[in-house]
Design a protein around this ligand. Structure first.
Ligand code: HEC
Length: 130
């Protein structure tokens, strides 16, 4: 195989791996930032803690194992807070979701959790890895 073709094949393979990797991200892959979780903590205290204490989401995540964060986001952003469903901006729900991940002791990372471009659909809820 000519060298040029060989190197472009290598680049293509690298890209394919990156894309495949992006599709299989889980909640263990540092999918939110510490700043987001801190913003979410405040919102959670204002909007959610009256009905869901800080341990509420541990068992919830077990039942959501294998589903996407996108689905959980849809549920919480359309049905919660129960007293005023869908009342918050989507950005606030994302920050709250980041905080919930922190409460469940998933690690944070360098990139923000975002609801844009179906990004949440590509993150699978998985049991926490130590
Ligand atoms: C007025 C009480 C109330 C408030 C405030 C509230 N919730 Fe809920 N939430 C409920 C009830 C009731 C359920 C149904 C399940 C249950 O009985 O725990 C529920 C269920 C959920 C579920 C689904 C859990 C599952 O088992 O699949 C999520 C996610 C959720 N709430 C997120 C939130 C978030 C995020 C907030 C804050 C923005 C919030 N809730 C505020 C009462 C509330």
């Amino acid at each position: 195989m000519p060298a040029l073709l060989r190197s472009s094949t290598a680049i293509l393979l690298t890209w394919m791996c990156l894309i495949a990797g992006a599709e299989t991200r889980t909640t263990n892959d540092g999918v939110y930032t510490r700043e987001q979780a801190n913003a979410g903590e405040k919102l959670y205290a204002e909007q959610c803690i009256s009905c869901h204490d800080k341990k509420y989401f541990r068992p919830v995540f077990k039942t959501w194992d294998g589903r996407s964060l996108g689905l959980l986001f849809t549920v919480m952003s359309t049905a919660m807070p129960e007293s005023n469903p869908g009342a918050l901006p989507r950005k606030d729900y994302v920050d709250i979701l980041a905080y919930i991940l922190k409460l469940n002791r998933y690690r944070d990372g360098d990139s923000e959790l975002t609801y844009e471009n179906g990004a949440l659909e590509e993150i699978t809820i998985a049991p926490r890895q130590r």
